[in-house]
Write a protein that binds this ligand. Sequence first.
Ligand code: FE2
Length: 361
Amino acid sequence: MPILGYDAIEFYVGNARQAAHYYRTAFGFDVTAYAGPEHGIRDRCSYVLEQGGIRFVVTGGLGPDSPIVRHQATHGDGVKDVAFLVPNAEEAFAVAVQRGAQALAEPYVDEDDHGKIVRASITAYGDTIHTFVDRSNYSGVYAPGYHPTNHQVPAEATGLQFVDHVVCNVELGQMDRWAKYYADIMGFTQLHHFDDEAIATDYTALMSKVLWDGDGRIKLPINEPAAGKKKSQIEEYLDFYGSAGVQHMALATDDIVETVRRMRANGVRFLSTPATYYEDLRERLDWTTIDADLDTLQELGVLVDQDDEGYLLQIFTKAVQDRPTVFYEVIERHGSRGFGVGNFKALFEAIERDQAERGNL
Ligand code: FE2
């Protein structure tokens, strides 16, 4: 199945106006389009946010009977739709359904003066969906019904460039089912597999499989909890989200130091990393091949991992809404196609410190 990339990631939130403001001021996304009652859409407000090649849509419902409001009541703010850009939405939908995907919306066409856009949706883990989008014949902002937001204050970009991967948490025993789903329906293959030996601390254990499209445009790690001494971070997510769902999105930059400096200055909160992690790194990694200043990385809390293909720099935010569910990763890759397995232990211990603070460990 040909997939050209992520089209957009749509969130259902409690207050789209304020969510849009957060992503503009904190993450540096421009608010590029809006749809809502002012333009005849009665049941929702949606803001489109763009930076580099990343497009988010934040949507809020306007009444108690709205499925958007009900979704938000169940899950809190979260990702509803991981939409894929495809050359032909009818064909992508037909192939997916024929291979076993559950249809949610048959192909439909929306048109305005700027052309037409064809979309169709299938269900995925939890209440999450995938929409196939063909916008090759559309030149307007985002989609029919949306209007430019020229009055919005422009953002100061933080250097985020594209979505590197989108991670989901699924229930105990469900990882293989969802890995098979993406293999069967999208034709994805397994890039990595991490077992609970690789990903275990005193409290948390999890297993993860990474499915990808083969050329790196789409990478979808799938996590499931494994038995630990206490409640794992995956179980905490599932308890508070109320189902499987998107856990984190990794956003790529080519200058993580500058990106993280700006995001920190904007008030984004990141997980902290102990000094012992950096002492260990000086010994553990081959620094002759890494073009980064360890003191600066330590000052900002950026993690480093290295494998046969190269290295990567990464950092994780704290949860970005009230519930301990969705968070972000900022990543700068230099050859490595990995996910920072060498950092998992340090990372999870940092997450557990936060979890303990919330009384959930
Ligand atoms: Fe990640």
